[in-house]
Design a protein around this ligand. Structure first.
Ligand code: CDP
Length: 223
């Protein structure tokens, strides 16, 4: 039987996480942001002083580091708690140093093998909304509904800028825009599981839509 999985893929800061969490909430499904796992491994590698260009060392970290994603214990805008080595890294793994390095880490075969296997296990249980880059193409190709959520780089950088400012942190729009473009480039040109829409995905461009409108479109498609 096809599991009740909704796959939402798309480039950086396209609104996947916000809208995915809202859809999961409405359907009483689990929300699973797969990007968090790549971020957690990147953060752990940096923390351990591992050279990010050392593919073997980074892959070993992905193979042996358990990442705990649990229901949120704080009402500070998080959709889950991310725990690694007993430390709450929910916000730490969204820092600029992680943004800069995560696409390099996510392109490594050993890292992808370790993480996508765990993601697929969760997807197969069903009743889950999964967001990422390769959910519809590689992790859960049998998902019931596949959405590819897109928006212009400028719009996405603006959204990410607003998020960072809302958390009370410093942000620079031009820098965010450059990083978003760099990350998209690496994510879509890598050999393994590159960012692209699945053939049977529905492409939604959210440039002129707010979160509520995207949410309503996805709910209508699912029904
Ligand atoms: O939230 P944002 O859109 O900025 O990114 P994210 O979903 O947290 O993902 C961070 C990075 O992890 C991406 O830029 C990809 O390099 C990688 N990723 C991936 O390769 N495959 C996934 N399924 C999810 C994320």
């Amino acid at each position: 039987m096809t599991p009740n999985t909704i796959a939402i893929d798309g480039p950086a800061a396209s609104g996947k996480s916000t809208v995915g969490a809202k859809v999961a909430d409405a359907l009483d499904y689990i929300f699973f942001d797969t990007g968090i796992m790549y971020r957690a491994i990147t953060w752990t590698a940096i923390q351990h002083g591992v050279d990010i260009s050392d593919e073997d060392a980074v892959s070993k970290i992905a193979e042996k580091t358990p990442i705990d994603i649990q229901p949120p214990t704080k009402a500070d805008g998080r959709s889950s708690d991310v725990i690694v080595e007993k430390e709450d890294i929910t916000w730490a793994c969204r820092k600029p140093a992680v943004d800069t390095n995560v696409s390099t880490v996510a392109a490594y075969a050993g890292v992808r093998a370790a993480l996508s296997q765990q993601q697929r296990r969760i997807g197969l249980r069903g009743n889950v909304v999964m967001v990422g880059r390769d959910i519809g193409t590689v992790v859960m190709p049998e998902a019931k509904l596949k959405i590819y959520l897109d928006a212009s780089a400028e719009e996405r950088a603006q959204r990410r800028y607003d998020e960072v400012i809302a958390r009370g942190e410093q942000a620079n729009y031009a820098e965010i825009l450059t990083k978003v473009k760099e990350r998209d480039h690496v994510d879509s040109t890598r050999d393994l599981a590159p960012l692209r829409s699945a053939e049977d995905a529905i492409i939604l461009n959210s440039d002129n839509l707010d979160i509520q409108q995207v949410f309503e479109k996805i709910m209508a498609l699912y029904k």
